[in-house]
Design a binder for this molecule. Structure first.
Ligand code: CDP
Ligand code: MG
Length: 159
């Protein structure tokens, strides 16, 4: 099943100049970038994107984190793109994320040790969790005209 998913390189990933490395990881898998941009979120947008978390105790720290600097958002397309990207993203808490995953390879922050949870867990990227979430998130982040359907020359080999 070919589907699309949303990845956001969070402010910590941009600040640490990991945009190229993270994007390359997804391209190396064979996923296709069909939309990409840098934006600086405001608090209203954060509440829309993280609607499922707004009432949770950690939300205020998450909002402070996600609006702290620009982020790079991309829509990736490929076979089972949602699960594939989540697998490569790794566990929410980088300390627990497996080596080989993006969070496991580029971060080790743990909220259990983050000054009594006064900051959100810094885990480099966001990735949609389910196909339904991906559809909702993509339409929130990208108007249709910013998404592109095209064929790549290697498609017969990677799909
Ligand atoms: O990003 P992921 O889907 O793995 O985790 P989530 O449970 O959907 O949480 C969204 C984001 O909130 C995480 O990626 C963390 O940045 C942050 N978070 C946190 O700071 N403290 C928690 N206890 C849980 C999540
Ligand atoms: Mg999530």
């Amino acid at each position: 099943m070919i589907e699309r998913t949303l990845v956001v390189i969070k402010p910590d990933g941009v600040q640490r100049k990991l945009v190229g490395k993270i994007t390359a990881r997804f391209e190396d898998i064979g996923l296709k970038i069909v939309g990409m941009k840098m934006i600086w979120l405001d608090r209203d947008f954060s509440k829309k994107h993280y609607a499922a978390h707004v009432k949770k105790p950690f939300y205020k720290y998450l909002e402070d984190f996600i609006v702290a600097g620009p982020v790079v958002a991309m829509v990736l397309e490929g076979v089972h793109a949602v699960d594939t990207v989540r697998k490569h993203t790794g566990a929410t808490e980088p300390f627990a994320a497996a080596p080989g995953t993006i969070r496991g390879d580029y971060a080790h922050h743990s909220y259990k040790h983050s000054d009594k949870k006064k900051i959100a867990v810094k885990n480099i990227i966001h990735a949609s969790e389910t196909s339904a979430d991906a559809k909702k998130e993509i339409s929130l982040w990208f108007p249709e005209k910013e998404l592109h359907s095209y064929k790549t020359t290697d498609e017969n080999h990677v799909f």
